[in-house]
Design a protein around this ligand. Structure first.
Ligand code: HEC
Length: 301
């Protein structure tokens, strides 16, 4: 009798410990029960608008995730101290700057303090950047710390930071994918914001990207005889992909929903766990603004 109580206790402790380790600890660590505020003060993640939510189902039904991931990877972060205002005592600011970064001593002080904001120091982490900020503030100058992600995915423009668990909170099922035959789509809404581009690309990928190996999704479109008035939604295709004269290609509701979903995919919210702050457009290492003509991206993995 004595040992059965011991067996019960041992089993209880083993189960309780594994529940604590596998369920409770991750929950506490990720805190994924509700939306959180981004560093910009907005609630994140927002649930997708209705049409985009329907598009998620089309994305799933068509198996887009067999070729596309939705998870941006990152190798590290770059912390930069950016001087935004030189203050009134220019010589004190120059001295403080040279003390922080002796290389800056080689520059003419006029050049050094001209063209603000500019990066004056690259630090290994936030802790190293703090004293530099304090030193600049103590001489009356103003500076900010900018954190940006680095890594091959970031360099390809696939996102501003790595994807974290919170990014998937609003979606069910999540479709992070595992193979990259095509580019990562976590940030495609920001990279390619033109709905017409997506519709043409789905109908005929090669109409938009030369030698694309993505399969066309023609069945998401309808070939219609042009009626008394042409449909305003008809695709404007290059001649080799255009339908015969007198016909037009019109997207079905599935195609429209799918594109709404693609446009809702963004991976740029600055989060507490991934404090990415966008740099001014001219700074090196920032993503080029989204364009309509993506360079064919080399798939990796
Ligand atoms: C057999 C693999 C494959 C499947 C399945 C596939 N794609 Fe692609 N996709 C590619 C390849 C390869 C590219 C790169 C060439 C190009 O842009 O056309 C691409 C490119 C794209 C792009 C442009 C991304 C960019 O940054 O340039 C989008 C958007 C896209 N696919 C959406 C979809 C959607 C939506 C589906 C499902 C309906 C889908 N893909 C299914 C292979 C695939």
């Amino acid at each position: 009798m004595k040992s059965s109580a011991l067996v019960f206790l041992a089993a209880f402790v083993a189960l309780a410990a594994s529940w604590g380790g596998l369920v409770l600890a991750p929950q506490l660590q990720l805190g994924l029960s509700q939306q959180t505020k981004t560093l910009g003060g907005e609630l994140y993640p927002q649930s997708r608008p209705g049409l985009a939510r329907q598009g998620l189902e089309v994305y799933r039904a068509q198996g887009c995730m067999y070729c596309h991931t939705q998870q941006v990877r990152q190798e590290g972060a770059r912390v930069e101290v950016v001087l935004t205002e030189a203050g009134t005592n220019a010589s004190a600011t120059v001295m403080a700057l040279v003390r922080l970064n002796p290389d800056l001593g080689k520059l003419d002080p006029v050049v050094l303090l001209g063209g603000l904001p500019k990066t004056v120091l690259t630090a290994p982490d936030m802790n190293a950047a703090e004293p530099a900020l304090k030193a600049l503030e103590s001489v009356g100058a103003k500076a900010e710390v900018l954190v940006s992600a680095v890594g091959p995915d970031i360099a390809r423009g696939w996102g501003l930071r790595r994807t974290v668990a919170l990014d998937y909170l609003a979606d069910d099922p999540v479709q992070p994918g595992s193979r990259r035959i095509g580019p990562d789509l976590a940030n495609v809404g920001l990279r390619l914001p033109d709905a017409q581009w997506h519709l043409r690309h789905l109908y005929a990928p090669r109409a938009e990207v030369k030698d694309s190996t993505m399969p066309p999704y023609r069945f998401l479109f309808e070939v219609r005889k042009v009626g008394a008035r042409p449909s305003p939604d008809a695709l404007q295709l290059p001649p080799e992909f255009a339908p015969p004269a007198g016909y037009e290609i019109v997207p079905k509701p599935e195609a429209v929903a799918l594109v709404a979903y693609l446009l809702s995919l963004r991976a740029d919210a600055p989060l507490f766990e991934m404090p990415v702050m966008t740099l001014p457009a001219s700074a090196p290492g920032t993503n080029a603004p989204a364009t309509n003509a993506p360079a064919p991206t080399a798939p990796s993995q």
